[in-house]
Design a protein around this ligand. Structure first.
Ligand code: NG1
Length: 458
């Protein structure tokens, strides 16, 4: 276990947290970074590629085993109250929005994963965690994945269990469904598999990661809009709505192309092999209305399958069923156009970055933003303003990053230009919000950092 991935500051944080643990059992420390996505937005849950970097903001947790079967949680930030719950085959969640649900998700994920592989749940030891998360929350930087990854690695460590980063990523990605977001697997994968000074091309089904070196002299500027994308409320509904719209598009295309069992756009793309977004969108345009105004019932009629069947497939069953406001039209066509064109952009971006063509990479980021704004409808007036501002100040390109509806903007620039971009954001964006907005908002140049890592402290 090496401290190579750890910054000095993280080690100091871990030592300070460990002083709060009086246990005689071994004490482990784990760091798990947040991430920012360069390109490939709202593609992961369609099983299509993404290109994020891990950032140098992380969640650090210390953990030691307990003799009982409880998970005890303390958080360095008083905004997150202490929590305690028991290991069980089915751990009931706290009310939506409770921070500790991300830990419960991880614990449930670990128990389910290993019990399916012959390690009974009653053999697991409980654990005391002390957690210090420094990835800004609700900003689209994956503070939740950092917490979930740190918790999963911590619980495994005290129980003497290990997984490869890839296996752990697949396990943790599945477990985040516990919190009711139908998210793809990008965040956990990059938090676990990132490498310093590299972006990571993440592909799904099966999960795999390819490192793409970041060109020397390129700067990634990340700036928080201070518009809170509340992932446990309205924004979650908007997010899940898009998951449904994309899946419907995939089912319809599956029928058109004779691809049995297609449920995500990735199924279509993988089967077609050689494809162009424009062609697939044309096919779709020829067969479906601009939008479904009659909700799932209309889509079921169109697909010639019973409505209850489609409803369960799209929204889940019983208590786990997610809600969908069907008085609003379902926008399958435009959503698919975004996802498919974005997938093409990801592949072009990998080439552009590997060959050091930052100008081209910036252009792809600009296109991505337009597509997210117009077809995916996840941008906001404020994010649009920030993106404009960064471009005017000399960025190669800029876009919203993360799920949207607020959160962060990302810009790609020459390292020499990033101070001017940050200054322009302060002057032309933050100053228009409130006198202290710039002081409150994360806005910084970020370096691609390493993935999660666990060490034994004592
Ligand atoms: P953010 O908004 O950064 O948490 C979300 C999803 C990702 C991905 C992006 C959109 C969660 C936890 N993560 O990221 O998996 O789908 O939106 O590309 O919901």
């Amino acid at each position: 276990m090496s401290t190579q991935a750890w910054s000095r500051e993280e080690l100091v944080r871990a030592e300070a947290l460990a002083r709060g643990l009086s246990s005689a059992a071994p004490v482990f420390a784990v760091r798990a970074p947040g991430r920012v996505n360069l390109i490939g937005e709202h593609t992961d849950y369609s099983g299509l590629p993404v290109l994020p970097i891990a950032i140098d903001r992380s969640t650090v947790a210390v953990v030691s085993a307990r003799s009982d079967r409880a998970i005890q949680l303390a958080n360095a930030d008083p905004a997150y109250p202490a929590r305690s719950f028991a290991l069980a085959p089915e751990i009931p969640p706290y009310p939506p929005g409770d921070w500790a649900n991300y830990v419960k998700a991880a614990v449930q994920g670990v128990l389910t994963h290993f019990s399916a592989r012959g390690i009974p749940i009653d053999r697991f030891l409980g654990a005391t965690f002390v957690i210090d998360g420094r990835v800004p929350a609700a900003a689209g930087l994956s503070s939740s994945a950092a917490l979930t990854v740190a918790s999963a690695l911590g619980l495994m460590a005290v129980n003497g269990l290990e997984l490869s980063p890839r296996e752990a990523a697949a396990m943790v990605a599945r477990s985040e469904w516990y919190v009711g977001t139908m998210a793809g697997g990008m965040d956990q994968a990059v938090s676990l598999m990132a490498r310093q000074d590299h972006a990571v091309l993440i592909e799904f089904n099966p999960l795999r990661a390819t490192e793409v070196p970041m060109p020397a002299g390129a700067a990634v500027v990340v700036a928080d809009s201070l518009e809170v994308a509340d992932k446990s409320g309205r924004v979650r509904e908007e997010y899940n709505r898009r998951v449904v719209e994309c899946s419907l598009a995939a089912r319809i295309l599956g029928r058109a192309f004779g691809i049995d069992g297609a449920t995500i756009l990735g199924d279509i793309v993988n089967q077609l092999g050689n494809w162009r977004a424009d062609d697939i969108v044309q096919t779709l345009t020829a067969i479906i209305p601009e939008r479904f105004t009659g909700g799932i019932a209309q889509a079921a009629e169109f697909l010639e399958i019973p409505e209850p069947e489609l409803r369960s497939a799209l929204l889940g069953e019983g208590a786990a069923r997610s809600t969908l406001d069907e008085s609003r039209p379902l926008e399958c066509l435009r959503r698919a156009r975004h996802v498919l064109s974005e997938t093409e952009r990801v592949h072009r971006a990998v080439k552009a970055l590997s060959e050091g063509r930052l100008d081209e990479m910036g252009g792809l980021m600009d296109e991505s933003h337009r597509s997210l704004r117009d077809d995916f409808e996840v941008s906001t007036e404020r994010l649009d303003r920030m993106v404009e501002c960064a471009r005017r100040a000399g960025a190669y390109g800029a876009r919203l990053t993360g799920a949207g509806f607020g959160g962060c903007m990302i810009a790609l620039a020459d390292a020499a230009k990033s101070p001017a971009i940050l200054a322009a954001l302060e002057r032309d964006y933050y100053a228009t919000l409130a006198p202290d907005a710039a002081a409150r908002a994360l806005h910084a140049t970020m370096r691609a950092g390493p993935g999660a890592s666990l060490i034994r402290l004592r």
